[in-house]
Write a protein that binds this ligand. Structure first.
Ligand SMILES: [Zn+2]
Length: 167
């Protein structure tokens, strides 16, 4: 793009050896991909409609592999996800995704499905910092746990919220 050709430049990039038009179309393509991805992410964020949940049969490596914006719901609070508003598709697929989201982030999860009549279906989720077996100490070693309800506790030493899994 600049006027002077920097011939002695030592910046090895594989693309440098490509013909100029190939470099250009590569950059074109790359730019287009980035733009498409940005547009798709913006659409997702805008909540242009509920995201349809897919059933994941393969192992998932990251939150980004999942259909719903789980990171938004990992603030420690209880969230009620409504079918038709926060998600579309099957409730069991949402429950499964929530479990996967907890697994890939190392968190605990409390979840509940609720159905009111035929029309209204909800999934309640609450992510905790960790999951431990009931009776075990916190990850930090703390043993003073305040029970908030049968399967939820808070560690008084580090402040983590803990899902207590039955033994
Ligand atoms: Zn702790």
């Amino acid at each position: 793009m600049g006027g002077t050709e920097n011939q002695g430049s030592k910046r090895p990039h594989p693309m440098k050896s490509w013909p100029e038009d190939a470099q250009r179309s590569y950059l074109d393509m790359k730019g287009r991909m980035l733009r498409l991805k940005a547009e798709r992410d913006a659409l997702r964020r805008k909540h242009a409609g509920p995201q349809s949940v897919a059933l994941h049969t393969l192992p998932v490596a990251a939150l980004e592999d999942l259909t719903l914006p789980w990171a938004d719901w990992m603030d420690g609070r209880i969230h009620r996800l409504k079918r038709g508003k926060d998600f579309s598709g099957e409730v069991y697929a949402v429950l499964e995704e929530a479990r996967l989201a907890a697994r890939v982030t190392g968190r605990g999860l409390l979840q509940l499905r609720e159905q009111i009549g035929r029309k209204y279906q909800y999934v309640w989720v609450q992510f905790t910092d960790h999951a431990i077996l009931a009776g075990d100490p916190c990850r930090c070693g703390g043993r003073t746990l305040t029970r908030l309800h049968p399967s939820l506790a808070r560690c008084e030493r580090c402040g983590s919220t803990l899902q207590l899994m039955p033994r």
